[in-house]
Design a protein around this ligand. Structure first.
Ligand code: GTR
Length: 325
């Protein structure tokens, strides 16, 4: 982010806080996202905003700050927790160290498929995970899809754990994700999303892992062309509201915010399915190669991650319930 941009934003955000201050103009909720405009997560939040606007005759609106205008996910999470902004859409990973319940949703090869992930996160298990964010200043409103994450590398494809051994792989800033790479035999380099492109370009890392839409929109396919379908995690996205600001809303508005977020989920998912398909086509047209992976070999290695992170009874119970779901 340039200095001028940061300063300009600082000025915007320093403006008197709006949520909970009923005025003639109503409330504009500020929401952050790292993705560019048009990405399915942003379309989801915009849909939620349209619903709120319709149902309150324009009294409540949402303004989305996309493209990391408010920084990377750790930054926007802090801003949300402290009520500087109202909402943020992040992956579960940047929450893992703070709220261990969220790491369950990213565990390698836990969800059998997308339907299993959606059923889990939309139901009581997702509610329990969401409730765990409350003491940390975040009201979890809903979960969005993030497809399956797979590895992509610069020099050669990593189709087996053997191929991946010793490679430096960028991961999100989560201890569980670091351990996952270790289990696969790679060296994890935790970095914020905004730094991944240049890390790949300059060879600071040998590869990274993500879904097709992010691989495309962050342009990583330009600098790491070998995409291998390991699909090692179906970690979903979280849409979180600042608890501090949520508590200042009247009860009826709180219910409405929750309801409109819920109703944005199928819209987001529809856009996701379309984009996932299209993104794969586009990266291939742009010179990326997609390979099958030896998934069984990768999945045989994950037990140490479970041993290290799913130790206490709370998390064990969540994992058992997910497996049984
Ligand atoms: C994307 C996800 C982002 C962020 C990013 C990353 O798939 O939508 O929220 O987690 O991956 O790898 O940092």
């Amino acid at each position: 982010m340039t200095v001028t941009r940061r300063l300009a934003l600082g000025a915007t955000l320093a403006a008197p806080f709006i949520a909970g201050r009923a005025s003639a103009q109503g409330i504009t909720l500020r929401s952050a996202d790292v993705h560019p405009d048009g990405y399915p997560t942003i379309e989801g939040v915009k849909h939620m905003g349209r619903l709120l606007e319709q149902r309150t005759n324009g009294r409540i609106r949402i303004q989305v700050f996309h493209s990391r205008q408010l920084g990377d996910e750790k930054d926007s999470l802090e801003q949300t927790r402290f009520g500087v902004i109202d909402m943020t859409r992040v992956n579960t990973a940047p929450l893992n160290n703070l709220v261990p319940e969220t790491l369950v949703a990213g565990l390698p090869f836990l969800f059998r498929d997308t339907a299993h992930m959606q059923r889990t996160m939309d139901g009581p298990i997702g509610e329990d995970i969401g409730r765990a964010t409350l003491p940390h200043g975040l009201v979890t409103l809903c979960y969005y899809d993030a497809g399956a994450r797979s590895f992509y590398t610069r020099a050669r494809p990593a189709r087996t754990p053997e191929d991946l051994r010793g490679m430096k792989i960028r991961v999100q800033q989560s201890d569980m994700w670091v351990a996952m790479m270790r289990a696969f035999g790679a060296n994890a380099t935790p970095l914020p999303y905004g730094e991944v492109y240049s890390a790949l370009q300059t060879g600071v890392v040998d590869g990274a892992e993500n879904n097709f839409p992010s691989f495309l929109t962050a342009r990583h396919f330009e600098v790491a062309k070998h995409y291998v379908l390991t699909e090692h995690s179906l970690t979903p996205e979280i849409l979180a509201f600042s608890k501090r600001n949520f508590d200042r809303l009247p009860r009826a508005d709180q219910d409405l915010v929750r309801q409109c977020a819920k109703e944005s989920v199928p819209v987001m998912r529809e856009k996701w399915v379309a984009m996932e398909f299209d993104a794969r086509r586009q990266v291939e047209a742009g010179g990326a190669q997609v390979y099958e992976a030896d998934k069984a070999a990768f999945s045989r290695l994950v037990q140490p991650v479970y041993d290290q992170f799913v130790r206490d009874a709370r998390l064990k119970a969540l994992v058992d319930r997910i497996r049984a779901a």
